[in-house]
Write a protein of this length. Sequence first.
Length: 263
Amino acid sequence: MKKFSITIFILCFAVFTLFSQQNDKMVRIEGGTFIMGSPADEEGRKGYEHYEVQRQATVSSFYISKYEVTQKEYLDLIGMNPSKAKGDDLPVNNVTWFDALRYCNKLSERESLTPVFIITGAGANTIVNWDLNANGYRLPTDKEWEYACRAGTTTAYYTGNTITIDQANFNNKKPKPVGSYPPKPRGLYDMHGNVSEWGLDSLSDVLSKQSIEALGAWNYTPMVVRGGSYSGRLYGSRSASKYYMEANRKFAYIGFRVARNAE
């Protein structure tokens, strides 16, 4: 009985340690209302931003990871590293949108949380169903990502109407270790530059003006990508900048960070 109790204690301690370590990497963002999108005269405004106008958006409180998911974190959980430029502390890249969702589910399972996604099929026939009320990990929604990135600002970047190569990784040939640049006021790193980040919303939501949360089931369509990248130009790292890429494709400049609902 004593040996059994010790084993249970060790297992509980291991789970608690893993949960604590992950929580140290998450930032709670209190919900609120903000002006989403870019004004028509913002320098660098282009692409899919023209489908949208500035609008008031409201988000509930949520958690988002301080850093982009690293290659070591991805390797430890998934068992392989698909990235082009290799390095334990570099953001994982060359992952599909589906890969990012599978990572979220694995992370949820490791911490005994309810996975958000049910993924069936393969390739262009992949179908994703989800429950955004589940307490597991997921990608941030488009509104959440921009709300977190802006950190209360209304300018093109959280630093003002421009940002420098000392503050973000853009116009470069390779990614840098996560956290190499100063954090935002909310303690988030690399939301301007380094690698672009997969988000939860699809292009069809922009064109139809529907809410992704209301759709329930998803089928093949391009998904939102945020944050600019190391290889991109300055304007691509603006808080409102967005583009869409096919969910089953891999790119050396696209990675992701995770989010969770707040309790």
